[in-house]
Ligand binder design. Structure first.
Ligand code: HEC
Length: 472
């Protein structure tokens, strides 16, 4: 509320978080598991004096550093930008709660970067033991990053005691939230599994020597299967420690049903392909097989990540910050004094453009209804952006309100607003009844008619949108 609004047409700003987060995790898990792969396999190649394998691993390390350090770091910073812009209050709460965790994370990230560059660029120039030690430093630092970041994302899904008991609000209760262990197990398994899929894909294309391909296929099959087992075990615990509302959304939302189905089905396929392919028949590792395995892995990860992001509604941080950037404890005050009044930017906007409605520096809600119709629409739109646009596009686009309303009459639309949390995916209405009127005015201009051609007996008796004309 104390921040300006970032309007992203069609998609909505929070959907950008989902997009960048999914892209990022596809690389960041490889950044962790791939480090472990390199440390273990380079050690193996040194011990067995396998020069050809070592040469392959050097090529893999270059690919690994390029992808994880450049792409991983850019998308990681991209997440910071996007969450700061689209969920400023939630980001603020996370920063306040986890300053120490983030500081530690940045130190381990710095160690990671340094170790990655030394590992690659001093290859062959360092004594074997030292080179290997650097590889292990990378692997451990990368896993520590995973643990810390997972603690923070797990907190958003279920902060547990931290959210409801003010006396329990400290860094440690926040980090060791109910989702911490389940998600750390899932992500550790994810790192093992996904990195194996990258390794298979890379090896199937670049390891020309069939012997090397076989070594890789059979040596990486066990960690990959272990990863799949950890994901399954952690996933069950993840479900067990979900808040009830998230479980209900998972069960009741059609989109979530589909994504959860994709997640389970593609995990099973990955499991079967790993077992039948690399584990039982290492010779199967062709680019086609590895590519297909990789695609199913990506599908599973993408679906899993999307579900994790989407079932938190109506909160961004469960029980702490509502998606419309409001704290639950602020709601009564907003309902009494007005949503526009409480926001630094919204109040300044009203004061600048509609000084008539101001009294003693505050908005007099009664006067809002005296505004000319077109001004009511402007403020209605401001309310829509701040109150609804986190989850709904306007006329068209992601979960567009204009389409969800589909010709709903004015009176019912207004009722929907004032009883918004009748639907538990939505926050309670956080404004005055006058503000609800303005928002209704605006919604009626984007309200899309019911599709034509439906049997006349099924037509609702409601007003048609056309009565309100074309008002954008
Ligand atoms: C936390 C996210 C969130 C916010 C904020 C939110 N909604 Fe929703 N809304 C949802 C979800 C989820 C659904 C279910 C729709 C679906 O399945 O696609 C929904 C459904 C709806 C529907 C159709 C179902 C119904 O109950 O009539 C309307 C209309 C609607 N929202 C209007 C609004 C308006 C107006 C606002 C702002 C005052 C708003 N929503 C704010 C998440 C949200």
């Amino acid at each position: 509320m104390h921040y300006p609004w970032w309007y992203v047409p069609q998609l909505t700003a929070p959907m950008l978080i989902a997009v960048i987060a999914v892209v990022h995790v596809l690389v960041s898990h490889y950044a962790v598991g791939g480090g472990l792969f390199l440390a273990v396999e380079v050690g193996h190649a040194y011990r067995t004096r396998d020069r050809e394998y070592l040469a392959y691993l050097r090529g893999h390390a270059a690919f690994f550093v390029l992808l994880t350090v450049v792409f991983g770091a850019i998308t990681g910073v991209g997440i910071w930008w996007i969450i700061g812009l689209s969920s400023p209050l939630a980001t603020e709460v996370l920063i306040r709660t986890f300053v120490f965790g983030w500081a530690t994370e940045w130190v381990s990230f710095f160690v990671e970067l340094l170790a990655a560059f030394i590992f690659l660029y001093y290859w062959g120039r360092l004594p074997e033991k030292k080179h290997l030690a650097i590889g292990w430093i990378y692997a451990v630092a990368a896993w520590i990053s995973l643990v810390l970041i997972t603690g923070i994302t797990a907190f958003m899904l279920n902060p547990g005691r931290w959210a409801i008991d003010p006396a329990a609000r400290n860094f440690w209760t926040a980090l060791f939230n109910p989702q911490f262990v389940p998600q750390t197990v899932v992500r550790t398994g994810g790192a093992l599994l996904l990195s194996s899929l990258y390794v298979y894909l890379h090896a199937s294309i670049f390891a020309r020597d069939g012997r090397i391909r076989n070594v890789i296929a059979s040596r990486s099959a066990r960690p990959a299967l272990l990863g799949a087992i950890l994901i399954t075990a952690g996933g069950l615990a993840w479900y067990a420690f979900l808040p009830d509302s998230a479980k209900a959304t998972l069960a009741s939302s059609a989109v979530m049903n589909v994504f959860a189905g994709v997640l389970i089905a593609s995990t099973l396929v990955v499991f079967a392909m790993l077992y039948l392919g690399p584990y039982r028949n290492p010779g199967w590792l062709s680019p086609g097989f590895a590519g297909l395995l990789f695609l199913f892995g990506i599908a599973a990860f993408g679906a899993g990540e999307f579900v994790r992001e989407a079932i938190r509604k109506p909160f961004v941080i469960y029980n702490v910050v509502l998606s419309n950037q409001v704290l639950p404890e602020q709601v009564p005050q907003l309902r009494a004094g007005g949503y526009l009044n409480d926001g630094v930017w919204t109040r300044a906007f009203v004061a600048e453009h509609y000084s008539d409605v101001m009294a003693d520096g505050r908005i007099d809600n009664k006067r809002l209804l005296d505004l000319p119709y077109k001004d009511r629409l402007v403020l209605g739109k401001v309310l829509f952006l701040h109150h609804c646009n986190d989850c709904h596009a306007a006329k068209r686009g992601y979960s567009a309100v204009g389409l969800l309303l589909q010709g709903r009459p004015r009176e019912q639309t207004r009722e929907t607003i004032e009883r918004l949390d009748d639907n538990y995916s939505m926050p309670p209405w956080c404004g005055t009844s006058e503000e609800a009127e303005l928002l209704t005015d605006y919604l009626m201009t984007i309200n899309q008619p019911r599709p034509a051609g439906i049997h006349p007996l099924m037509k609702s008796g409601g007003e048609s949108v056309d009565e309100y004309g074309e008002m954008e």
